[in-house]
Design a protein around this ligand. Structure first.
Ligand code: AMP
Ligand code: GLY
Length: 424
């Protein structure tokens, strides 16, 4: 069949790379894509939220499956758009419908869902501009640090954690009254701080059945030792060494099953990936957040460990026959290191030529913010490339990625040298 992947990051290059390996994939398209996807698929210059333009591409190219990478089109209802259109309703869309995508689109909605289904998560209250004074009073009842979350999508920047109560109150006012994050902070969730180590669990569901995929841990901060500003993610490791059998059983019983059952009970139509951000407090898992898509750069370590034909898996999701699929996972560890533009996550320059790609041995380079220009590969974003390797252990895999990174170069290239530092 012909397949269209929506998105342009390392995640989408990895999804396309995995789909392209399937005998069931005939013509592969990526919109808008990057230099990595251009080497294995046809890039189409269309924005992921331009549903009308996406419809044209789907109809003109006889596309039977659309795989949605990022959250924006899902939260804006791309799956519903397809179902409601006579010409598109039989095209398989991998990604939840709008009502279910609210699990990522609204922090308040996600917290209500978690509470309703008795899934462990931090205690919280939600406030708006009218109740800002109640918000101050609620902050007084909490111990520092204070966790403030803009309700809506804020490009990964909507969570603020502060030590000082007065700063927390000022931030709450900035979000609610001064619309610091625009409409995304019309409501703010304030929650209890959970102290522990984070990991992510990925689940595939067809709305009835589910399969648990490998766990991953990402490294969000720009600086070594998890310091400095938050980024989209600077590296990832899979599996997560501390997620042993006992802990995974708790995740399954307390979190995954109630989540999938909750989606059905609440009539939230879901065919796609559920990304559950978890924190291990003592020996127990708590949900930090839901995302309604795969993570980036977690995808760059999770999909390389999946042995199944991804087109078959996606077809089973579309047909609600995921129970007939046996998920097979590569026993090896996979790690990825993200190369970023100097200055990122603040201002950075683009258009820098990337050299050394031909010299890579034993790693896979997934392109993110990179484009082809006049026969050269140049930087076009903050996160530029993810260098993924396998190993018998995560340490061996990390070593291989760093060895290959030595061969890569672009002006002001930056990366973290300590991915996995907190795992041993
Ligand atoms: P989110 O966008 O919800 O993933 O939040 C961003 C980051 O803030 C998470 O990855 C955590 O590191 C941190 N965080 C969010 N909520 C909490 C919490 N209740 N306790 C501690 N850290 C949190
Ligand atoms: N790496 C975190 C995310 O994709 O949201």
């Amino acid at each position: 069949m012909n397949i269209l992947v929506l998105g342009s990051g390392g995640r989408e290059h990895t999804i396309a790379w995995k789909l392209a390996q399937s005998d069931n994939c005939r013509n592969l398209y990526v919109a808008p894509g990057n230099s990595g996807t251009a080497s294995i698929a046809t890039n189409v210059p269309v924005n992921v939220t331009d549903f009308k333009a996406i419809k044209e591409i789907v109809l003109n190219n006889n596309i039977a499956m659309v795989v949605v990478g990022p959250e924006d089109p899902l939260v804006q209802g791309i799956h519903d758009f397809f179902l409601e259109d006579e010409a598109l309703k039989n095209v398989a869309v991998i990604g939840p419908q709008k009502a279910a995508a609210e699990l990522e689109g609204s922090k308040e909605f996600a917290k209500e869902f978690l509470y309703k289904h008795n899934i462990p998560t931090a205690a919280y209250k939600s406030f708006n501009a009218e109740t800002v004074e109640d918000g101050y009073a609620f902050l007084e009842t909490l111990k520092p640090p204070y966790v403030l979350k803009a309700d809506g999508l804020a490009a990964g920047k909507g969570v603020v954690i502060l030590e000082d109560i007065n700063e927390a109150k000022t931030e709450l006012k900035a979000m609610l009254v001064d619309a610091k994050f625009g409409n995304a902070s019309t409501k703010v969730v304030i929650e209890e701080f959970l102290d522990g180590i984070e990991l992510s669990c990925f689940v595939l569901t067809d709305g009835k059945n589910y399969k648990i995929l490998p766990t991953a841990k990402d490294y969000k901060r720009i600086g070594e030792g998890d310091t400095g500003l938050n980024t989209g993610g600077m590296g990832a490791v899979s599996p997560v060494p501390f997620a042993d059998g006992t802990f995974m059983a708790k995740i399954k019983d307390r979190i995954v099953e109630p989540t999938i059952n909750g989606l059905q009970k609440d009539n939230l139509p879901y065919k796609g990936f559920v990304f559950i951000g978890l924190i291990k407090v003592g020996n127990d898992p708590y949900v930090i957040e839901y995302n309604v898509r795969l993570g980036d750069p977690e995808t760059e370590v999770v999909l390389p460990r999946l042995k199944n034909d991804l087109v078959e898996v996606f077809q089973a999701i579309a047909n609600q026959t995921l129970d007939t699929i046996t998920i097979e996972i590569d026993e090896r560890a996979a790690t990825t290191i993200m190369l970023v533009s100097g200055g990122y996550p603040e201002a950075y320059e683009k258009g820098k030529e990337i050299s050394g790609l031909d010299a890579i041995e034993g790693s896979i380079v997934f392109h993110a913010g990179a484009q082809e220009k006049d026969g050269k590969i140049v930087t076009s974003g903050g996160r530029v490339m993810a260098v993924t390797s396998y190993g018998e252990t995560y340490k061996e895999a990390i070593k291989k990625s760093y060895q290959n990174i030595e061969k890569l170069h672009f002006d002001k290239m930056n990366y973290r040298n300590d991915i996995g530092f907190d795992l041993s």
